[in-house]
Structures are given as C-alpha cells and as structure tokens.
Write a protein that binds this ligand. Structure first.
Ligand SMILES: [Zn+2]
Ligand SMILES: [Zn+2]
Length: 113
C-alpha cells in the first residue's frame, strides 16, 4: 500500500449508523458504526496485546446489538484517528492502514454475503 494513502474526507452519520471515508486514491469506504466500535483496535477491546490488529470484518454485516454513536473524531498525527464513542470509550487509535484493511466493500471484501 502506498505511504501517502490517507482519507481525503471522513463523514459520520449517526442517524444512519455509518462512517464514510473517501480515500486519497479515490476509493470509498462505508463502515457501520457498530462494526467499527466492535473492531476498536485498543488493547482492552482486542483482549490483549497478542490480538492487536486482528479485526473481524464480518462485524460490519451483523445486526447491531447496541446503538453506537460517534461524538467526536480527532486526527492523531498523520496516520490515525481517535474515535470518541457515546459509551465513553476513546482508547482506540484507528490507523489509516487498519481502516483501509477493514473496508467492507465488495471489492475489498468479496467474501461478504
Ligand atoms: Zn477499545
Ligand atoms: Zn473497499
């Protein structure tokens, strides 16, 4: 992946429960907030250091069991965003690379139903 790959724009729609990213290479990603919350990359949510950077894209296609909203997003350096969730959690640093890897579109994730 190119080093310069980064989001050109990030848009949150709490009403629809999605976060959309337009990437610098023109790719478009749409994540369910529930799936993003469940894939929070922090140690706590991943259940230990050994599980860091293991994500589950199928979580973007499950029926949410919990209503999640994003209250704020802050860019961290030049490589990540921090998401502030309405449940008070904000430990997760979502790196561009991980977010792109998580992209649940048909092209990036052909195994989806
Ligand atoms: Zn977390
Ligand atoms: Zn994609």
């Amino acid at each position: 992946m190119s080093q310069d790959l980064h989001p050109a724009s990030i848009e949150v729609s709490n009403g629809e429960g999605i976060l959309e990213i337009d990437w610098s290479d023109g790719h478009h990603s749409e994540y369910s907030l529930f799936g993003l919350r469940k894939n929070c990359p922090c140690v706590l949510c991943r259940g230990g250091h050994g599980n860091m950077n293991t994500f589950d894209r199928s979580l973007f296609f499950v029926e949410p069991t919990q209503h999640v909203e994003i209250e704020d997003i802050k860019q961290v350096g030049n490589h990540a965003i921090k998401i502030f969730w309405n449940d008070g959690h904000s430990n997760g640093m979502y790196q561009w690379e991980s977010l792109r890897e998580l992209c649940p579109c048909k092209q990036c994730y052909p195994e989806q139903e």
